[in-house]
Design a protein around this ligand. Structure first.
Ligand code: ZN
Length: 272
């Protein structure tokens, strides 16, 4: 019995790309769960969560209830953050966004810039001083974490056995200054709590899995199988995005298209 999930953020209306991800996950799972990734109160809106339930139902999908809203489970994320802190794997980062941008370098063109570990080098006194007066994020000391776990691997259904390379991101943020959690921490926590054994998602999140595998090992959580699928692109080869109003499920429904037509269109968009 395989449990899968579709885990959108309610930051806009669902488009064809989301429809594909949701249909893909539902097809692979004997149990299919929906999870609302809404830890960011500025970008996420309850009305978009309502709209996505409506759109997914219209598309013919059903899921187990209750749906897990991440914004209601900060205590779960805090508990895992505390475990990592007790293992002395976290340090506070006081850098502002512009300080980070000025100090970072992208390893290769187009890659995510890696944080240079500035705050890891602060003296104990300086750190304690600033913790009392400045806002800070918690970063994972990835090098130390890797030494603790040793080499790790994970399995991707499309690409086979993968060696985890969590160091490609540098010391990632696990709790933000404004939000006491982060995408990586929440996903890993929830996938374990919800007994997800097959994580399906777009290949844009392939690299995140390196970090997720590391966090699973550190927190002693099971490692699901993964299936990263190609992203849907329009006729010009552009990746579908929320800004493309024309391809929202909502607008397609208003234009009189049937769920079946949309399902077929989604499958046709998949460039493998
Ligand atoms: Zn810093």
């Amino acid at each position: 019995m395989t449990t899968t999930r579709f885990a959108p953020s309610p930051t806009g209306y669902l488009h064809l790309g989301h429809a594909f991800s949701a249909l893909f996950a539902a097809k692979q799972g004997d149990r299919f769960l929906l999870r609302i990734e809404d830890i960011d109160p500025v970008r996420c809106k309850p009305e978009f969560a309502e709209a996505l339930f409506e759109d997914l139902s219209w598309l013919g999908l059903s899921w187990e209830k209750p749906v897990r809203f991440q914004s209601q489970h900060f205590e779960d994320y805090r508990a895992n953050l505390e475990k990592l802190r007790a293992m002395d794997l976290l340090y506070p980062c006081f850098c502002t966004r512009s300080e980070i941008l000025a100090a970072t370098h992208a390893p290769h063109e187009g890659e995510t810039p890696v944080y240079p570990g500035t705050c890891h080098r602060l003296s104990k006194d300086q750190r304690e001083d600033w913790m009392a007066t400045k806002p800070y994020a918690w970063r994972l000391n990835v090098e130390k974490a890797i030494k603790m776990t040793g080499p790790l691997s994970w399995h991707d259904a499309a690409k086979g056995e993968q060696q985890a390379k969590p160091q490609i991101f540098g010391d990632i943020v696990l709790a933000r200054k404004d939000i006491p959690a982060s995408y990586h921490l929440c996903v890993v926590t929830d996938d374990a709590l919800q007994n997800i054994d097959l994580v399906t998602r777009g290949e844009d999140l392939f690299d995140s899995t390196h970090i997720h595998r590391l966090l699973q090992a550190l927190l002693d959580l099971p490692t699901p199988d993964y299936h990263h699928h190609p992203l849907c692109r329009d006729a010009k080869g552009w990746r579908l995005a929320k800004r493309d109003k024309s391809v929202t499920l909502r607008s397609m429904r208003e234009q009189g298209r049937t769920p079946e037509q949309v399902r077929n269109e989604v499958l046709g968009l998949l460039h493998t």
